[in-house]
Design a binder for this molecule. Structure first.
Ligand code: FES
Length: 177
């Protein structure tokens, strides 16, 4: 006689029932994981960036959700369309930016510009220059608000990620819910 035989049929049924209930419980928990993740945002869904030491015309790059984001300190001067350099999308109507940025300078604050560092043509990383940004791959140029010049091959302005200021010296990149 095996040890299972010793347990007896009623006890075996009970054991089997408990095992099935346990498996259902685990399945239910596994199904809840995505919802729990949404309710409790992980630390990786926000990134705080200190701009305390960022000098005027200085640009820093940070990694954010597998992409590079640039943060540039601009002098506080109005950013307007320069007639010498016509823009493709001066009002940023065809370009990607969150609702909380001011369309005229595509930023929350006039002195801080934040954008994905990838050129909207083929994704090369743009570099800062005195006028704004340029792409080393096919020479597309962007102004200080990341707006692409009309004669550039890049189709749109630099994309702006979701961000907010948590203090005067710190901004926070976040993934919208
Ligand atoms: S990738 Fe920037 S212009 Fe082509």
């Amino acid at each position: 006689m095996t040890s299972i035989d010793k347990i007896g049929i009623p006890r075996r049924r009970l054991l089997l029932k408990r095992m099935v209930q346990g498996l259902f419980g685990l399945g239910a928990l596994a199904a809840m994981v995505p919802f729990v993740r949404v309710l409790v945002p992980s630390r990786s869904q926000v990134l705080e960036v200190s701009i305390e030491k960022l000098a005027v015309d200085e640009t820093i790059y940070v990694e954010w959700l597998g992409r590079r984001v640039l943060v540039r300190r601009n002098a506080v001067v109005p950013i307007a369309t320069d007639a010498r350099f016509p823009l493709k999308d001066s009002e940023s109507l065809q370009s990607i930016q969150p609702d909380n940025v001011v369309k005229a300078h595509r930023a929350i604050r006039e002195d801080v510009f934040v954008a994905y560092a990838h050129c909207t043509h083929l994704g090369c990383e743009v570099r800062p220059d005195s006028e704004g940004f340029f792409c080393p791959c096919h020479q597309s140029r962007f102004d200080r608000a990341g707006r692409v010049l009309k004669d550039a091959i890049a189709p749109a302005n630099l994309s702006v990620p979701h961000y907010r200021f948590v203090s005067h010296k710190t901004l926070q990149l976040y993934r919208p819910s």
